[in-house]
Design a protein around this ligand. Sequence first.
Ligand code: SAH
Length: 442
Amino acid sequence: MSVLAQAGGRWRSAAARAVIPCLWRGKYFCSGKEPVENNPVTPMLRHLLYKIKSTGPITVAEYMKEVLTNPAKGYYVYRDMLGEQGDFITSPEISQIFGELLGVWFISEWMASGKSAAFQLVELGPGRGTLTGDILRVFSQLGSVLKNCDMSIHLVEVSQKLSEIQALTLTEEKFPLERSAGSPVYMKGITKSGIPVSWYRDLQDVPKGYSFYLAHEFFDVLPVHKFQKTPQGWREVFIDIDPQVSDKLRFVLAPCATPAEVFIQHDETRDHVEVCPEAGVIIQELAQRIALTGGAALIADYGHDGTKTDTFRGFCGHKLHDVLIAPGTADLTADVDFSYLRRMAQGRVASLGPIKQQTFLKNMGIDVRLKVLLDKSAEPSLRQQLLQGYDMLMNPKKMGERFNFFALLPQERLHGRSHQMNARQSEPSPSPVAGFSELAWQ
Ligand code: SAH
């Protein structure tokens, strides 16, 4: 974001970038220059105008949180925004192969860590439930490997609408759902393959125990604070009402230091940064759980390793959308800073990645899986769909290089028990972690 700085201790205005159309999230920057006639006063805008008039400009993090997850009017709460009819498309919605390979990853980690008698699969922000559904299909197909393993599914979801869609995807209404709106476990059911599934609003409420955690395009919707370097030091970007147009929002710079500045590294060299304290809290919780009870976390998202600056943008109807226009009608997102996630996990668990989606899926055997499915399908339209899906996931110009995989694992999974105990050289070295190293066919 280029900031139009003014001298003195007053709020200053900031401007943003140009609109370029695209099909999936995570590619271009947004515009700050939509004509006023395209700026309908949505219920969310009315709510924000009232809030700002009452208590002053709000941080970008507060804006994101309100716009996306406000329980009454939030973008995520009452709509299905995924897929062709929605605002953006994600890998699990593009190809079944994506979820299948992730299912294989979890089984591979379960085997490498000693085939625990029970495990929980926990997904953060499960969208339509497609990814968990594809993973469970792999688990069913490999039933002989997983037999006698006591499995349960735990979904962390704030959206009422999406939780209903997830329930439909996973249970196919074979068993009735149990609902208790006021409880931390707000819904319970049984999947079509007979596995218990529970819904929560907060990761903290998911029972502790040996678990595999999954977050696909989840961290990018968590609220970020934005900071601009100025001659006076770091100044946070806030959102205020445009003094020229009473129902239009604009970016401003805070006149003095603000508390979230503590999240900026002392040796930071960029002149604009985005920090996401909520991501730090979640990573610390995951790291603590994995260190205590075992398991692993697999995080896939678009992002960078502490190098990018202004990545805050909006998506509506598969197009970039000005983040300040018609709030509540478009998705808001910012690239994930994987270097921050790594720092938050350090000392408790080992981390791997980020590596490009193209490399991860190749290492997981996507080419072999594609060939099997192509050989099995005679229908030309199905074959074309499989090939198009593969291209979308793997092509470096599409999702192949833009999306990354990052994992958290117990220290001993990577370094062996001898690392901690400083003991015998003769102990067998741990097996490589699937996806993060090249696949060796035996
Ligand atoms: N993982 C899915 C959906 C990604 S969209 C896919 O890849 O297709 C983001 C998801 O996170 C949605 O399900 C949204 O409702 C959920 N979400 C957003 N903010 C959340 C929060 N603070 N806590 C839990 N879920 C959240």
